[in-house]
Ligand binder design. Structure first.
Ligand code: C2E
Ligand code: MG
Ligand code: MG
Ligand code: MG
Length: 294
């Protein structure tokens, strides 16, 4: 009996593996087409400076318009990383985000509006496969974007597994004015020494801590500690995943510099961001609770 079960178990496992492999191959084939057919799009989530209440930047977030439906990156980024498609996808993301940021800066210059900083996510896999600093410099050259408007979001993993050589190359990007943010801060193997040794400008507090900060004393303590750490090290600190007014007020009380989250707006298409700027020529404000609609 045990033997038969074992065999069935194996057959089940093999069938599951095969189904998963088929699914991955299908997603890969579809993704290849998506790149060619321009079905990948970027949406932008506003980042609000708490001191002024103004939108000072956006984060580019990848979406796939697949059979008329918009999909977030969760299900397909993993496949892209497994298959190597992540290279061309990330190149496209970087080029498109920089092109958009440069176009906006140009549009609003005449109106005297301060240009928005553009946040772009980079994956650890990308750093292993590509010369990312060279790519960034090439794209900046091609798009003419002011380097000071580009904010590269790296995760702790990239900083951990790349070592001293990467630190030097990140430093060379920073020397040109590019901003480096640590994304999902607090969820990786946060080591204090790397925040000290790596040339970064901003810490983004992971949304899991923000979510818990008004109900869980430990999360509240972690958020407070990250904000203090950032300021002692003269880094900016951004809270992500802000969904409620209570979280917003708690972050303000702790002296957090910037926030982003559904309480203000989800990631929206570029036209919605442009509209936001048109409405406020001095510089866009996003009232708390006045979430943008896409
Ligand atoms: P991330 O960089 O930490 O981005 C934040 C994620 O949280 C986004 O999910 C965003 O839509 C979501 N979010 C923002 N505010 C809230 C909120 O108030 N509540 C909740 N529950 N969620 C919120 P998204 O767009 O699904 O992206 C997931 C992850 O995929 C990103 O995490 C990032 O690591 C990665 N990603 C997204 N776009 C790109 C890209 O263009 N290139 C690369 N390499 N990775 C990307
Ligand atoms: Mg991010
Ligand atoms: Mg994050
Ligand atoms: Mg994340």
């Amino acid at each position: 009996r045990a033997k038969a079960e074992g065999r069935n178990g194996w057959q089940f496992f093999a069938a599951t593996m095969e189904a998963r492999a088929r699914e991955i191959m299908q997603i890969e084939a579809d993704l290849r087409q998506a790149l060619l057919r321009r079905e990948l799009v970027l949406h932008y989530q506003p980042q609000i400076e708490l001191r002024s209440g103004r939108v000072v930047g956006v984060e580019a977030l990848l979406r796939w318009r697949r059979n008329g439906k918009l999909t977030g990156p969760g299900p397909f980024l993993a496949v892209a990383e497994e298959t190597g498609l992540i290279g061309p996808i990330n190149e496209w993301v970087l080029a498109e985000a920089c092109r958009q940021a440069a176009a906006w800066a140009e549009d609003w210059k005449a109106a005297g509006v301060a240009p928005l900083r553009m946040g772009v996510n980079l994956s650890p896999v990308q750093f292993r496969r590509q010369d990312v600093p060279a790519l960034v410099l090439r794209v900046l050259g091609e798009t003419g974007l002011d380097p000071a408007l580009l904010d590269l979001e790296l995760t702790e993993g990239i900083l951990m597994d790349q070592g001293a050589e990467m630190a030097a190359r990140l430093q060379s990007l920073r020397a040109r004015g590019i901003c480096i943010s640590v994304d999902d801060f607090g969820t990786g193997y946060s080591s204090l020494s790397y925040v000290k040794n790596f040339p970064v400008d901003r810490l983004k507090i992971d949304q899991s801590f923000v979510r818990g900060m008004t109900s869980d004393a430990n999360d509240a303590a972690i958020v407070r500690t990250i904000i203090e750490l950032a300021h002692v090290l003269r880094l900016q600190v951004v809270a992500e995943g802000v969904e409620t007014e209570a979280q917003l007020e708690a972050l303000r009380a702790e002296g957090c510099d910037e926030v982003q989250g559904f309480f203000f707006s989800e990631a929206v298409p570029p036209d919605t961001i442009a509209e936001l700027l048109r409405q406020d020529p001095i510089g866009p404000r996003l009232a708390a609770g006045a979430a943008l609609r896409s």
